[in-house]
Design a protein around this ligand. Structure first.
Ligand SMILES: [Zn+2]
Length: 92
């Protein structure tokens, strides 16, 4: 068990030394332009996801079904008891 733990530590240290440290040096050496590119990429992804979510919810935001009052023709909710404009009972 001790050897397994030691191997895990060696792998972790090697990962940090070979990938994280050089990667950080490369990222830092690229300077503000790199951060601008990364920021724009993240913003683009967030905007894309937000727009997709808005499109998916648009069908739900159309509200309840509406119909024309048979008496005066005003637009009113299809499930309303009476026309909000002339008071005529709907659908009867
Ligand atoms: Zn009406």
């Amino acid at each position: 068990m001790g050897e397994t733990s030691l191997t895990a530590w060696i792998v972790a240290v090697a990962f940090v030394l070979l990938i994280v440290v050089p990667g950080s040096i490369v990222v830092l050496s690229l300077g503000p332009l790199w951060w601008l590119v990364v920021g724009l990429a993240v913003a683009a992804v967030l905007v894309y996801r937000h727009s997709r979510r808005t499109d998916d919810g648009s069908a739900e935001s159309t509200g309840p079904a509406r119909t024309n009052c048979v008496n005066c023709g005003a637009r009113t909710d299809i499930d309303a008891d009476a026309c909000s404009y002339c008071g005529d009972t709907l659908g009867e």
